[in-house]
Design a binder for this molecule. Structure first.
Ligand code: BTN
Length: 267
């Protein structure tokens, strides 16, 4: 069994994010192992980390490029008492924690692209996926919050089709970073932001999300269930929906249903 370098950042009692960290040199997807743990009653805050994923999953059925030994691939098991409809807000909360953790290494170049992309200098450096598990009564039993952050990935690690879209902390800052220290900041910040959301609602984290918003004030084109909508982004609302001013009215675009394209050139 591989030695777990993340052992030294395990912290707190069961329930705290990062209290227990399962580590793999290689796995299909950290989401899959976390799903098994969750089904076997793993406590909230349990984390699964892998050096490499052979079948990393992104949003909307995409794959997540997961080369070995350079990035952070983590899934966190949460057990919030919220409705299924509210789960997408947790990925926005995780976005804030990820942006805050990266900001410590990359001041002024971190942004969030709604709903779940983490950007450095206008290119994607990370993403978040929130998978909900429900019980036999269709009640939410747990959320598998998957976070992928490109940390020490170099341009050579990227396949040709991602080279003009993706980046990493190392590419954006010019220096290698300590992945374990970043994971430690991320889990600690996420623990605080998550608890803030549970006690004060998403509204308490919304302002922090807006500070990192890459799209607010920009004209964008959105594919919403097959329908193209163009307008100026006004921000996000209390439910985490994107507010798009299309001229005659402001439309709410719900997380998880859309892809946003174009118009980010001046980031
Ligand atoms: C996206 O931007 O599409 C979301 C990407 C989420 C990737 C992470 S890496 C850790 C966890 N395991 C997976 O298979 N996916 C998530």
């Amino acid at each position: 069994m591989a030695q777990n370098p993340y052992l030294r950042i395990e912290r707190g009692a069961p329930g705290t994010i990062g209290w227990r960290i399962h580590y793999f040199e290689e796995i299909d997807s950290t989401q899959n192992f976390a799903r098994e743990l969750a089904a076997n009653d793993a406590a909230e805050g349990t984390v699964v980390i892998a050096e490499k994923q052979s079948a990393g999953r992104g949003r909307m059925g995409r794959t997540w490029h997961s080369p070995s030994g350079v990035n952070l691939y983590a899934t966190i098991i949460l057990r919030p008492t919220i409705s299924l409809a509210e789960v997408s807000k947790l990925s926005l909360v995780a976005g804030v924690a990820a942006a805050e953790a990266l900001e410590r290494e990359a001041v002024g170049i971190v942004a969030l692209k709604w709903p779940n992309d983490i950007w450095l200098r206008g290119r994607k450096a990370g993403g978040i996926i929130a998978e909900a598990l429900s019980d036999s009564h269709q009640q939410l039993s747990s959320v598998l919050l998957g976070i992928g952050i490109n940390i020490n990935l170099t341009v050579d690690d990227l396949p040709a089709e991602l080279r003009d879209k993706a980046t990493s902390l190392r590419i954006a800052t010019g220096h290698a970073c300590d992945r374990i220290a970043i994971a430690e900041s991320l889990f600690s910040l996420l623990d605080s932001r998550y608890r803030e959301t549970l006690s004060g609602g998403f509204e308490s984290v919304r302002a922090a999300w807006e500070r990192y918003s890459a799209l607010t004030g920009k004209r964008v084109s959105i594919l919403d269930g097959g329908l193209r909508k163009t307008g100026v982004v006004k921000g996000i609302d209390v439910d985490g929906a994107l507010l798009l001013d299309i001229g005659e009215n402001v439309e709410r675009i719900v997380a998880g249903e859309v892809s946003v394209e174009g118009a980010y050139d001046d980031m």
